[in-house]
Ligand binder design. Structure first.
Ligand code: HEM
Length: 198
């Protein structure tokens, strides 16, 4: 099986669990729940992106450029009414795990970058349900906008061309750990009413 198929199949259960837990596609999504969820996203996206930059294998520097989302998330939170002090005070201590081997780095980056695909359905749903102007409060979920498809294709090609078959298992294990780490982060970081779907 090719690496992308292994990653998708190997994390399908964890992805579904996260979708169910966050329940972002619920037609009854309200502002309060969305604000809490988005503040929870900042708490893991920021430390993950810092770790991705820190452990970036030298030949992959260009892959990171233009894919980081922390600033977009902060802008969304501001658009939703968070003050600078409130944003600074948000917890962002999710544990990104070991990325010093490139398989672990790529496996985790796959999860972060792949989330732009789900964003193509989440972003418009959030704007419609909450009455947001597109890109103002939901920009994180709009991913790379019209370039999301081509950016994902380029990412996939790089991933597939960079890892040896012997590293595939470690990449899948890292992706799985990343997904379940996110689930635990949301359980810990958010009030019980939000951490699990209503
Ligand atoms: C919470 C609600 C979520 C929904 C409704 C959702 C939905 C989706 C959908 C529809 C796709 C497939 C899109 C396509 O093939 O064009 C997808 C792919 C993906 N999503 Fe999510 N997603 C959610 C959350 C997340 C989160 C929080 C992450 C990680 C931070 C994530 C990571 C991924 C990855 C890695 C893929 C790529 C799978 C692959 O094709 O290899 N998703 N998601």
């Amino acid at each position: 099986m090719d690496l992308l198929a292994s990653l998708r199949e190997g994390t399908a259960v964890e992805h579904q669990a996260l979708e169910d837990q966050l329940d972002l596609m619920n037609p009854a999504l309200d502002h309060e729940r969305y604000r809490l969820l988005l503040s929870g996203f900042l708490g893991f996206v920021e430390p993950y992106e810092r770790a991705l930059q820190r452990w970036c294998p030298e030949p992959q520097r260009d892959l990171i450029d233009g894919r980081l989302k922390t600033a977009t998330l902060v802008a969304d939170l501001q658009a939703l009414g968070f003050s600078g002090e409130q944003i600074d005070a948000l917890p962002r201590d999710a544990e990104p795990g070991d990325m010093h081997e490139r398989a672990g780095w790529f496996g985790r980056f796959y999860v972060m970058e792949g989330s732009t695909l789900g964003g193509r359905v989440i972003g418009p749903h959030v704007a419609k349900t909450l009455g947001l102007q597109d890109g103002v409060g939901n920009a994180y979920f709009l991913g790379h906008g019209a370039r999301t498809g081509s950016m994902w294709k380029a990412f996939r090609e790089r991933l597939q061309n960079s890892l040896e078959p012997a590293e595939h298992e470690a990449a899948v294990a890292a992706a799985r750990a990343c997904f379940s780490g996110l689930g635990h982060w949301f359980e810990r970081a958010l009030p019980a009413s939000v951490a699990s779907a209503p």
